[in-house]
Design a protein around this ligand. Structure first.
Ligand SMILES: Nc1ncnc2c1ncn2[C@@H]1O[C@H](COP(=O)(O)OP(=O)(O)O)[C@@H](O)[C@H]1O
Ligand SMILES: [Mg+2]
Length: 611
C-alpha cells in the first residue's frame, strides 16, 4: 500500500470525549470515526487490525475443534419470548418493529438462535458434543457507552456455544476453551489472567473472565472497568484471582471485641449515647475515636419487586451488591431513600439499626412495627458474626448504642457472604490462607460460561440419550470482544508518540519512509525495497507522500507500525536506517539481499505478550 493512496486522516486534536489512551489514540490516528455514541466506523487500517484479531481467534477456535457459522443479527421477539429474555433483558436490548408491526431485536448475544438451531438439527447424543461459533456485530444499548471501542453499542464479538450430553463433557470443553483463549490473547500480544466471575442469579453456574490487568495505568485514565482480586505466592504465581463481584476472602481479624476500644471503659453495660451529626462511619469514628470495625452497620435495600430488607455488615466493609442480588435472586436493587427511611423507620441515613427489635439484644422492645423484619428480611454478613461489645444505631437519629451484642435468636440466623473483598483480606484458598489479597483493575476481554440447561430447558431443546430418553442439551458459551481486544492492545502498548501495535495484529508490519521523495536516489531505493518487501510477503506501507521527513516519522509513530525503514541521505552508500517501534535506538543496515531476514529477526525479538 502506498501512503499517498491510503484512506486515513490523522487528527491534530484528541476528541474531547476520549478519556482513555486507546480511545484517544485510535481516534487521533484515524483508525476509528464516531458516528454516534458508542458507534464507530472502522477505517481501512482499523479493519486490518480487526481482521488480524479475528483470524487469530478463528485459527485457535478451529484448532480447538469448533466450527464457524453465521447467524442473523435481526431476530424475532417470539424467539426471545421462548427463553423468557424478551421481558427480562431490559433496556440494553435494542428493539424495533418491522412494517407488519412485528417486534424484533438486534442481537446482543445469540443463545436463543443457536438453541433453536440445535433444537432443529441435533437429535441424538451421537451428534454431540458440538461447538459452534461466529464473529460478527453485537448490539447493546449500554447505559454508558464509553472508552471508544472498549464499550460500544455496536461492537464485534466472537461468540461460541457448545452442546453436550453430560456435564463432564461440558467441563472438558470448558477447559479446552480456557486454553484456546489464553493462546488467542497471547498471540494478540496480551497476557491475560483467568479470573472467577459472577454468573448472575443462575446459582451454581461456573464462569470465568479473561482480564487484561491495567492497574498500573495513571489515575484518571484507568480503562479497566473491573476490580480484580488476586493473591500471589512468594514466587509471583497467581494462587487466586476473581472479579470483585465474585471474590471471597477470609477476614483478617474475624473476632473483634469492642471492649478494646478505650471509650468502652466508661460504659460497661449496653448504653444508648448521644452521637450528634455522625451520619457516616467516618464521622462516628472521628467523634468517638473508635475504629470502623467496632461498628455494626445496617443498610436498608429495596428490590425490584418492592421487597425491603436490612443488611448488617461490619463497619469496615462495603456491601457487594452483585452478591446480594444473587442471594435475593433479583435483577435490580437499590438503597432506601432518605424519605423511605423516614417513613418506614422514623430515622435518617446513618442511624439505621435494630438494636432493640428482638434481633440484637433487647428482645422485648419492638420499636419499629412498620418495618416488619423476619428472618428473610434481615441479612447478616459473616463479618458481624464474631462482633462483640459493638456500636450500633437504633433508628434514633443522633444516637448509637455502645457495648451491644447479639442475642441467641440473632446468632441462630444464617450468616452469609455479601461483603466486598478489600485489600488486606486473606486468600480463601486452602493452603494459601496466609496470603493477603490485592486488588487491581482489569479489562474483560473474554468470558467463558458453563450455562447448563438454562436455555435448552426454557426452549425445549432436547436430544435422545443412550436409552432413548429425551434430555435438554447441556450448554456452554464463550465470548471474546474482538473490537475490545484491539483497543486493549492499544491500552497496553502505547507511548507519548502513539500506538505500538503488537506485530501479530499491526495493520502493516513495516513502513518504508523515503526521507525526501524529491531525491531520486532515495525514492528509487525506497521503491525497490517496497517491491522486494511485497514480493517477500511483507505487509508493507510505502510512505511516498511529498511531506517533510519529520511529519512522516510522527505519523509512523502515531499509527504504530512495528518496523520503520527510513531511506535517507545514506542511501547513496546503500544504507538504510531501521527502527523498531518499541526501541529507542535505530541502526543502519545495508539495503542488500539480507535486509529482510534481518528485519524478520529484529521483529521476532519483540514478544509483547511477555513484555
Ligand atoms: N459494550 C461492549 N463493547 C465492546 N465489547 C464488549 C461489550 N460488551 C461485551 N463486550 C465483549 O464481549 C465479551 C462477551 O460479552 P459478555 O460477557 O456477554 O458481556 P458482559 O460481560 O458485558 O455481560 C466480553 O468479554 C467483552 O470482551
Ligand atoms: Mg462478560
Amino acid at each position: 500500500m502506498r501512503f499517498s493512496q491510503l484512506f486515513v486522516q490523522t487528527l491534530r486534536e484528541t476528541p474531547s470525549d476520549a478519556e482513555v489512551a486507546s480511545h484517544q489514540l485510535l481516534a487521533r490516528a484515524g483508525y476509528i470515526m464516531k458516528l454516534a455514541s458508542g458507534i464507530y466506523s472502522y477505517t481501512p487500517l482499523m479493519l486490518r487490525v480487526l481482521q488480524k484479531v479475528s483470524n487469530i481467534v478463528r485459527d485457535e477456535m478451529n484448532k480447538a475443534g469448533a466450527q464457524e457459522l453465521l447467524m442473523p443479527i435481526l431476530q424475532p421477539a417470539d424467539l426471545w419470548e421462548e427463553s423468557g429474555r424478551w421481558a427480562l433483558y431490559g433496556k440494553e436490548l435494542l428493539r424495533l418493529k418491522d412494517r407488519h408491526d412485528r417486534e424484533l431485536a438486534l442481537a446482543p448475544t445469540h443463545e436463543e438462535v443457536i438453541t433453536s438451531l440445535a433444537r432443529a438439527n441435533l437429535k441424538s447424543y451421537k451428534q454431540l458434543p458440538v461447538n459452534l461459533y461466529q464473529i460478527q456485530n453485537k448490539y447493546r444499548d449500554e447505559p454508558r457507552p464509553r472508552f471508544g471501542l472498549l464499550r460500544g453499542r455496536e461492537f464485534i464479538m466472537k461468540d461460541a456455544y457448545s452442546f453436550h450430553s453430560n456435564q463432564a463433557c461440558l467441563e472438558r470443553e470448558y477447559d479446552v476453551m480456557a486454553e484456546a483463549y489464553t493462546a488467542i490473547f497471547e498471540r494478540c500480544g496480551l497476557k491475560t489472567v483467568m479470573v472467577r466471575s459472577d454468573s448472575g442469579a443462575i446459582g451454581g453456574a461456573v464462569s470465568h473472565e479473561f482480564m487484561l490487568l491495567t492497574g498500573n495505568q495513571p489515575e484518571g485514565q484507568q480503562s479497566g472497568e473491573n476490580d480484580v482480586v488476586f493473591a500471589e505466592d512468594e514466587n509471583g504465581n497467581m494462587i487466586y484471582a476473581a472479579n470483585i463481584e465474585k471474590a471471597e476472602s477470609r477476614l483478617e481479624r474475624p473476632v473483634i471485641d469492642g471492649a478494646e476500644w478505650h471509650g468502652f471503659q466508661k460504659y460497661k453495660e449496653p448504653t444508648l449515647i448521644d452521637t450528634p451529626k455522625t451520619d457516616s462511619i467516618d464521622k462516628l469514628c472521628e467523634f468517638l475515636d473508635c475504629l470502623p470495625w467496632h461498628i455494626c452497620k445496617t443498610l436498608v435495600y429495596v428490590t425490584d419487586t418492592g421487597h425491603k430488607l436490612a443488611v448488617m455488615i461490619r463497619g469496615d466493609y462495603e456491601v457487594e451488591e452483585t452478591k446480594l442480588k444473587n442471594l435475593l435472586k433479583c435483577n435490580e436493587l437499590r438503597m432506601a431513600t432518605e424519605a423511605e427511611l423516614h417513613d418506614w423507620l422514623g430515622t435518617k441515613k446513618g442511624f439505621v439499626g435494630f438494636a432493640s427489635d428482638g434481633l440484637c439484644f433487647k428482645s422485648d422492645d419492638i420499636r419499629n412495627p412498620a418495618f416488619i423484619l423476619d428472618a428473610t428480611s434481615i441479612i447478616m454478613d459473616e463479618s458481624v458474626r464474631h462482633l462483640k461489645h459493638f456500636l450500633i444505631a437504633d433508628n434514633v437519629p443522633h444516637k448509637h448504642w455502645v457495648g451491644a451484642h447479639f442475642n441467641d435468636a440473632t446468632l441462630a440466623l444464617p450468616f452469609v457472604d455479601i461483603r466486598k473483598v478489600k485489600e488486606g483480606d486473606l486468600c480463601p484458598v486452602q493452603d494459601y490462607k496466609h496470603l493477603p489479597l490485592k486488588i487491581t483493575r482489569g479489562i474483560e476481554v473474554g468470558n467463558i460460561f458453563q450455562l447448563g440447561t438454562k436455555y435448552s430447558e426454557a426452549m425445549k431443546a432436547m436430544f435422545a440419550d443412550e436409552n432413548g430418553t429425551e434430555q435438554p442439551f447441556i450448554m456452554g458459551c464463550y465470548g471474546i470482544g474482538v473490537s475490545r481486544v484491539a483497543a486493549s492492545a492499544v491500552e497496553r502498548f502505547h507511548d507519548a508518540d502513539g500506538i505500538l501495535w503488537p506485530p501479530a495484529i499491526a495493520p502493516y508490519t513495516l513502513v518504508i519512509v523515503p526521507a525526501n521523495t524529491k531525491d531520486e536516489v532515495q525514492s528509487a531505493l525506497a521503491e525497490r525495497l517496497y517491491k522486494e518487501a511485497l514480493a517477500a510477503g511483507w505487509e508493507v506501507l510505502l510512505d511516498d507522500r511529498d511531506q517533510r521527513a519529520g511529519v512522516k516519522f510522527k505519523d509512523a509513530d502515531l499509527l504504530g507500525f512495528p518496523l520503520r525503514v527510513t531511506v535517507g541521505k545514506k542511501a547513496v552508500e546503500g544504507l538504510v536506517e531501521v527502527k523498531r517501534r518499541d526501541l529507542k535506538e535505530s541502526q543502519d543496515l545495508p539495503a542488500d539481499g539480507d535486509l529482510f531476514d534481518k528485519l524478520k529477526a529484529l521483529l521476532a525479538g519483540w514478544n509483547p505478550a511477555l513484555s
